[in-house]
Design a protein around this ligand. Structure first.
Ligand SMILES: [Zn+2]
Length: 292
C-alpha cells in the first residue's frame, strides 16, 4: 500500500522509545501483568517480560518529527508506522467518536511499559494499562524471514492495525475475554485475536478513504498485491503455522490466536464488508463462521 507523496502525516501518534532499559533475566513479573498483555503471536510473555522495577531507567520517547509526508512513509518504516497511525485514527475516530486514540511506541531491543518490561522477542503487543501499542520494527524482518510473510508494506500495516484493534477492544470491553479464557480453539483469547484481525480488515476496507489533517486522501488505491500481502502476514501468525514450525505438531488446545485460515478469513470478512460491526467473533457460534 502506498501513501500519497504529499500527504501530511505530521499528526500521527507514533514515537520512538529512547535508549531501552535492560530487561532483568527471570524478573518476578506478577501473573496479573503477564495476563494483561495482548500480542500478535502466541507464546508465553512470562518468558520475556521482566518487572518494571528491575529495568534501567529509560530516556524519554522522541517524536518522529522527521516523518512529515507520505513520501517519507513510503521510504522509511518508522514513518510508515506513523502515517498508518494517522489513517487508523481517522478511521476509528469516525466509527467510535467517543473512544480516545492510542499511541504506537516503536522500540529496539527492549522497552518499559506499565505492563512490565518487554524485549523484542515478544513481538508487537498492546498494553491495556497504559493503553499503548509497542512494536519493534525489527519484527518485520522476522515476519518476512522466519514466519514467511511476503514483506510488503501492507503486511506491516496489517500488524499495526491488528494492535490498534486491541485498543478498540480495550474500550469496548471485549479485551477481558482474552484473560478470562486464554487457551483453546474456541477460547475467548482466540475470539479476541480474530476480532482484532477483522478490525484490521475493516480498516483496510476503508483505508483509502482516510484523510490527513487537511482533508486530503492519505493513501493510493489498494492493489491486489496489498491485500495478498496482508493475508500473507495473517497466515504467517496463525497458531497452527507457528506450532508446526516451532514444535513440529499442531496442538489446538493451546491455541490463543486462531489458525492461519481463521485469521485470513476474519481479516477478509472485515475487509470485504468494510464494517467493524461484522466482526462479532465473541458471539459467533463458531470461530469458523467468518463467511457469509
Ligand atoms: Zn493480538
Amino acid at each position: 500500500m502506498t501513501f500519497r507523496e504529499n500527504a501530511n502525516i505530521g499528526s500521527g501518534r507514533a514515537r520512538r522509545a529512547g535508549g531501552g532499559g535492560k530487561v532483568a533475566a527471570g524478573g518476578g513479573l506478577g501473573a496479573l501483568l503477564v495476563a494483561l498483555v495482548v500480542m500478535l503471536l502466541g507464546g508465553d510473555p512470562g518468558q520475556v517480560l521482566g518487572s518494571q522495577e528491575e529495568a534501567a531507567p529509560q530516556a524519554q520517547n522522541v517524536d518522529l518529527a522527521e516523518c512529515r509526508t507520505g513520501a517519507d512513509a513510503n521510504a522509511d518504516v518508522d514513518c510508515r508506522m506513523k502515517a498508518t497511525m494517522v489513517s487508523l485514527e481517522d478511521y476509528w475516530t469516525a466509527v467510535l467518536p467517543d473512544a480516545d486514540p492510542t499511541t504506537a511506541i516503536l522500540f529496539s531491543g527492549s522497552v518499559q511499559t506499565q505492563c512490565g518490561s518487554a524485549s523484542s522477542a515478544v513481538g508487537p503487543f498492546y498494553c491495556p494499562l497504559d493503553r499503548r501499542i509497542y512494536l519493534d520494527t525489527g519484527f518485520f524482518d522476522q515476519l518476512e524471514g522466519q514466519l514467511g510473510a511476503d514483506g510488503g508494506s501492507f503486511s506491516q500495516m496489517y500488524v499495526l492495525a491488528h494492535e490498534y484493534g486491541h485498543h478498540v477492544q480495550n474500550w469496548t470491553g471485549a479485551l477481558q475475554y482474552s484473560q478470562q479464557d486464554p487457551r483453546g480453539p474456541e477460547s475467548g483469547a482466540v475470539r479476541v485475536e480474530l476480532q482484532a484481525d477483522c478490525f484490521a480488515g475493516a480498516w483496510a476496507g476503508n483505508a483509502t478513504r482516510t484523510e490527513d489533517d487537511e482533508g486530503n486522501p492519505l493513501l493510493q488505491e489498494l492493489t491486489r498485491e496489498d491485500v495478498e500481502s496482508a493475508m500473507s502476514a495473517a497466515s504467517a501468525v496463525g497458531d497452527d503455522s507457528i506450532q508446526e514450525r516451532v514444535q513440529g505438531q499442531v496442538t489446538p488446545h493451546t491455541w490463543s490466536h486462531g489458525s492461519s485460515e481463521q485469521r485470513m478469513g476474519w481479516f477478509m470478512r472485515g475487509y470485504e464488508s468494510g464494517d467493524a460491526n461484522r466482526c462479532d467473533t465473541l458471539n459467533a457460534a463458531s470461530v469458523d463462521d467468518y463467511e457469509g
